[in-house]
Structure formats: structure tokens, C-alpha cells
Design a protein around this ligand. Structure first.
Ligand code: PMP
Length: 452
């Protein structure tokens, strides 16, 4: 019989479904509410504790309830919540100075927004205004947000609810290394083929192309990427045409990938990007995003533009405290070390399971691609089963990928070795459970039953 606390979630879910949009997906057959967190752990409304390996979509970057961030937010909230971009803000200036320095973009200007979508929207506005063109290059399998412009550069129809767009978008290869027409090529051949595809596309485009927008590691796309240096090879082509490079660092920024502070730095051989967008982790959950661009590009708009909420006193105070903690504690280094360990554990687990096609990613941005056991057929059912089972084993993970068949593992960057081991063991148990369920299901038709 269901207990009183178990009813909390189902009662809330009923109310949720009655008043929120149908297309607003939630995880789990029985969705949960997270009511509080500490470090790398969260608790749900029914009192269950979980290791958080998804961080609210890679957003809880340092830790839950980090005292430094909570104190900065509380202190600022006690002074003034809001003023708008019409007034000076010493926190906004200080945060912009720090991000400009960190960005690697020379003569950088920073504009704060309230989300990644709005950051990309602004980047697209800047690029199209600067280049006087609405033609944009984007990668297949990309995700750049939910606004009318950003879904227009999102190369995944599952996340692009309309084909109407103010932009003309040209999709090129390069985001997915191990599927698609170039999958069997070596890294060097893959890069050469993608460059050839880009040049072919530019030959067909006619007129001016404004920019290429790309995630260095595709997030919603299932933590996939081309080989290191691919975007540098693209940039050499773009530079010949004066086309801008927008790097979408909404998921890959702030040391998440371990090896680099920004994802673009794995592709930095031809110089820095022209425009960088960020969000998610910088605010550790506060509604904070932004755009960095060289001054010439940022200043190209010839009309006013404001953001009422962008760079608010509270979000910038919290982000400053969060960034300070991240840098002072070298969480990028921790992501590299602990992420490396977690990846080797997942590699070993995956090697013994027919359900796992590939373990990929870097730092604390690790993807596990799942298939029907022993085949190469993507299995979204497997990902759903593993997600549910991992929750039962006390770990929250995410999923994604073109076919919804990739697990996304992205804990806060302060993850400890013991937590990585504990999480890996839970994920292993969940994978084994899902594999058994799928094997039973494929044996089931003769028996006339379904276990799903
Ligand atoms: N770009 C990327 C790479 C993202 O992953 C996301 C969000 N998942 C966005 C942009 C949009 O950010 P937001 O949801 O904050 O609008």
C-alpha cells in the first residue's frame, strides 16, 4: 500500500499535468520533486536521498547549497534585489571583467542574460547584424535553446517544434563522431571530410554567411563531439570568408570538460572564437547567462537593447561567489581527475555489457550510448530503463542523444572519488538490470508477455 509520503509526488504530478504544458517533459514514470540539496546530494519530497549526477542539467556546477554562494545571495537579497541595466552595478562590472579575462577573446565585451537561450539569441542577433546576413551554419544534432531563433539552429527535430525561422540555417557534419557517413574514418580523415562538407555547403549557400554556431561537445545531443581540432579546421575556412565562429559553451564552460576551461580550447589552434555564449553552471542554479564578443562585434548594434533582469544584483553576486570558489578550488582539475576515474570505471563496466555501445565524453561530461543488447540499434527504451533503475539505486542521471538513447552523466565539479565510485556502482547495477529486462523482452514474444 502506498504510504502518505509516496502520495506527495503523485498528487503533485496530477496538479502539474492539469496546469503546465503537455510538452514540458519530466523524468521518471513517477516524477519527483527535489526539495533540498547539499554538496553532491539531493533529497526528494518523499525523503529519499540521491547522488546528483545531472546537476539539474549541468547547472549545479560547484555543489548544492554551497555556503559561499548561499551567503552571497542572502546578503545581496537583503540589500537590493533588482535595479536593471539602466543603473551601474559593481558586481556586474566585476563579473564581466573576470569573464572577459577568462574568455580568451581579445578586447572582449560581456552582455548578461537570464538563460542560455537568450544568450544564443543575442549571439545570433549580433552575428546577423554584423554580417548583414541571416544565413547561419550549425551542426547536425545540435541544441541551442528554445526560442524562435535558437530552435532555428537546433539540428534535432525532437527539440525543434517548428520549421519556421527568421534564419536560413545550413547544417554541416561534425558533431557526431561514431555514427553517420564519416563514422568509419580515422580522426584526420573525419576532420578532412567535415571540412570538405563545410566548403561544399558554403559553395551552395550563395551570398554571405553570418556565422557558425557550434557546441564543442553536444549536450542534449548526447555528449558527442568531433575530434579535437575540428573546429579549428572549420575556423580556417570561416576566416577566409569572414564568417564568425560562435561557440556555445552553455554546457561545456567553466572547466566542465576537465582538460580545458572552455570547450573551444580543444579547438583553439586557429585562434579564439568571435562570440562565446554561456549560462547554466556560472550561476550554480541562479538564472544567469551571457554573451562575450570582441568589442567590434558586440558594439555593432545601432539601436538600444536592454535586459531588465540580465546581470541582476542577486545573480551576479551569486555567480561571482561561485566562480571564485570554482577557480580557487581548481574544480576544473578535479573534473579532469575524478572525471577520468569515473570514465575508466564506466569503460570497464561498458566493456562487459551488450547494451553499451560507447562510453564517451571528457571531464565530468560523460555519455553512455545504449543499444538493443548485442546490436547497433539505438535503444531509447534502454536509456529510460537505466534512468529509472539508477534512481532506484540512489543516483540521478540524465539522458539525451538523437534517438534518446544516451545516458548523460554530469555531476557537480566538486565530486569526490568516493562519490564517483558509489555512483559508478549504482549505474553498473542499473545497466545490468536494464540489460536483463531488454533480453527478457526480446525473448518474450514467444512467451506472449511483455516486461516493459
Ligand atoms: N545551449 C546549450 C548547449 C544547451 O544545452 C542549452 C540548454 N540545455 C541551451 C543552449 C539553452 O539554455 P537555457 O535552457 O538556459 O535557455
Amino acid at each position: 500500500m502506498a504510504t502518505v509520503t509516496e502520495n506527495l509526488h503523485s498528487a503533485l504530478h496530477t496538479r502539474h499535468r492539469a496546469v503546465l504544458p503537455d510538452w514540458l517533459a519530466t523524468y521518471y514514470a513517477r516524477p519527483i520533486e527535489l526539495t533540498h540539496g547539499e554538496g553532491r546530494h539531493v533529497w526528494d519530497a518523499e525523503g529519499r536521498r540521491y547522488l546528483d549526477f545531472f546537476g539539474g542539467i549541468l547547472t549545479t556546477m560547484t555543489a548544492h547549497a554551497l555556503p559561499e554562494v548561499s551567503a552571497a545571495v542572502a546578503e545581496q537579497a537583503g540589500k537590493i534585489l533588482h535595479s536593471s541595466t539602466l543603473y551601474l552595478s559593481h558586481q556586474a562590472v566585476e563579473l564581466a571583467e573576470r569573464i572577459a579575462r577568462l574568455s580568451g577573446i581579445p578586447d572582449a565585451r560581456v552582455f548578461f542574460t537570464t538563460s542560455g537561450t537568450e544568450a544564443n539569441d543575442t549571439a545570433l542577433l549580433l552575428a546577423t547584424a554584423y554580417r548583414r546576413s541571416n544565413q547561419i551554419l550549425a551542426l547536425r544534432n545540435s541544441y541551442h535553446g528554445r526560442s524562435f531563433t535558437s530552435i532555428g539552429v537546433t539540428g534535432n527535430s525532437a527539440w525543434s517544434p517548428t520549421s519556421l525561422s527568421p534564419l536560413q540555417t545550413l547544417y554541416v557534419h561534425g558533431g557526431v563522431r561514431t555514427r553517420g557517413p564519416y563514422a568509419r574514418l580515422s580522426d584526420a580523415e573525419f576532420t578532412a571530410a567535415c571540412v570538405e562538407d563545410l566548403e561544399d555547403m558554403l559553395g551552395q549557400a550563395g551570398g554571405t554567411v553570418a556565422a557558425l554556431i557550434a557546441e564543442p561537445v553536444q549536450g542534449v545531443g548526447g555528449f558527442t563531439s568531433g575530434p579535437d581540432g575540428l573546429l579549428a579546421a572549420f575556423k580556417r575556412v570561416l576566416d577566409r570568408h569572414g564568417i564568425l565562429w560562435i561557440t556555445d559553451e552553455v554546457q561545456t564552460g567553466w572547466g566542465r570538460t576537465g582538460d580545458n576551461f572552455w570547450g573551444w580550447q580543444a579547438h583553439g589552434q586557429a585562434g579564439p572564437p568571435d562570440i562565446l555564449t554561456f549560462a547554466k553552471g556560472v550561476g550554480n542554479g541562479l538564472s544567469m547567462g551571457g554573451v562575450v564578443a570582441r568589442a567590434e562585434v558586440m558594439n555593432c548594434l545601432n539601436a538600444n537593447s536592454i535586459s531588465t533582469f540580465g546581470g541582476s544584483p542577486v545573480t551576479t553576486a551569486g555567480a561571482l561567489a561561485n566562480l571564485t570558489y570554482l577557480v580557487d578550488h581548481d574544480l576544473q582539475g578535479n573534473a579532469r581527475r575524478v572525471g577520468g576515474l569515473l570514465k575508466s570505471r564506466l569503460d570497464a563496466i561498458g566493456a562487459g555489457l551488450g547494451i553499451v555501445r560507447e562510453v564517451r565524453g571528457r571531464g565530468l561530461m560523460l555519455g553512455v550510448e545504449l543499444v538493443e543488447p548485442g546490436t547497433d540499434t539505438p535503444s531509447a527504451a534502454a536509456a529510460s530503463l537505466v534512468l529509472e533503475a539508477a534512481r532506484e539505486h540512489g543516483v540521478l542521471i540524465g539522458k539525451g542523444g538523437r534517438s534518446g538513447n544516451a545516458l548523460r552523466i554530469a555531476p557537480p565539479l566538486s565530486l569526490t572519488v568516493a562519490e564517483a565510485e558509489e555512483g559508478a556502482a549504482a549505474i553498473e547495477a542499473a545497466l545490468r538490470q536494464a540489460q536483463t529486462a531488454l533480453e527478457e523482452r526480446s525473448a518474450a514474444p514467444q512467451a506472449g508477455r511483455s516486461v516493459l
